[in-house]
Design a protein around this ligand. Structure first.
Ligand code: 13P
Length: 340
């Protein structure tokens, strides 16, 4: 029974060419983004911003699931309606980020290990009671001189698999997010090699921990050149490298791949997702979808600036990015759609 529920939720999360919106920034990350725009870094401003997002008109046309954060899942609209209720009414499935952050890894300078397994079983039960039907955990892998190490990749993959197993026991679909970071001068080829190694290790651990692949979603990075790499491949080359890497590593039983945006521009994230679908949609066993935070939210945040009067324009911008990415799932996005 539980297995079928997990399978149904995983499928519902990517049904009808929709995708996921991540609004699960931790307070420090959210504050950092506010600070850059001069928005006050208080709980009330974070709540107002999240209210703007969840009340965006017609969001449910393009977004099937939203990833919340511990502070946000308990928050309410100004009129007292819980955010989870607003989302469910809009036909959007609430989810929750459950890791407690990537911390410096002991004995591995420059590398991080994601924490949060202690007490996770109890927290998952509480989140399920609050209405969450899926969860997210992000492992972070940096590329640099001598890194990533096998020690870091294995520790993060093990934690992801332990988390995923606990989620399934609690009836929540795990979104498994191993993110190879874009920061650095490395080439696309190097990103591809590292991503391949990471995904291989993650699926080995998922298998060892007896995670049911049909009842999970993979949230990987796209295979891209480092942000400061002098050679930046075309959109089609990125799509080819990304899908080839996934074909070598992701079992057919996984229903969906929902990419993170990782700091790419909104337009590039949509264009690259579009290209993966134009070139591979009919040939791959899984759905190629999105679970973006910055590549959906950033324009809206910049328009909002913390001002009430800017809410409608910010919501329009948020809806527009969600729509672009839904079109990209169909291979129908075009850069010409971008406003100037
Ligand atoms: P970005 O799309 O901004 O990379 O965020 C996705 C996410 O959920 C990070 O954990």
């Amino acid at each position: 029974m539980k297995s079928q529920k997990l399978i149904d939720t995983a499928r519902a999360l990517v049904a009808d060419d929709k995708g996921l919106l991540a609004m699960d920034e931790s307070n420090p990350t959210c504050n950092k983004r506010f600070a850059k725009l001069g928005i006050p870094q208080t709980e009330e401003f974070r709540r107002c911003y999240r209210e703007l997002i969840v009340t965006t008109p017609n969001l449910g046309e393009c977004i099937s699931g939203v990833i919340l954060y511990d502070e946000t899942i308990l928050q309410q609209k100004k009129d007292g309606t819980p955010f989870t209720e607003v989302l469910i009414d809009a036909g959007i499935i609430p989810g929750i980020k459950v890791d407690t952050g990537a911390k410096d890894m002991a004995n591995f300078p420059g590398e991080k290990i994601t924490e949060g397994l202690d007490g996770l079983r109890e927290r998952l039960a509480q989140y399920a009671q609050m209405g969450a039907r899926f969860a997210k955990w992000r492992g972070v892998i940096a590329i640099g001189d001598g890194i990533p190490t096998q020690g870091c990749i294995e520790a993060n993959a093990h934690a992801l698999a332990r988390y995923a197993a606990l989620c399934q026991v609690a009836g929540l679909v795990p979104i498994v997010e191993p993110e190879v970071l874009m920061d650095g001068e490395h080439t696309l080829k190097r990103c591809s090699e590292v991503t391949e190694e990471v995904l291989r290790t993650v699926f080995k651990q998922l298998n060892t921990q007896r995670v049911m692949l049909e009842g999970m979603i993979l949230k990987p990075n796209m295979v891209v050149p480092g942000l400061t790499c002098p050679k930046q491949e075309t959109v089609d080359e990125v799509a080819d490298a990304t899908v080839n890497c996934l074909l070598r590593t992701v079992p057919n039983a996984v229903p969906a791949i929902t990419f993170l945006s990782g700091g790419q521009s909104c337009e590039l994230a949509s264009a690259r997702l579009n290209a993966t679908n134009v070139r591979f949609k009919s040939q791959v066993p899984w759905v190629l979808a999105f679970s973006f935070a910055r590549a959906i939210q950033q324009p809206a945040l910049e328009i909002w600036q913390g001002q009430n009067t800017n809410v409608p324009a910010a919501q329009q911008a948020l809806y527009f990015r969600a729509k672009c990415n839904r079109l990209a799932r169909r291979g129908e996005y075009n850069i010409a759609m971008e406003k100037t």
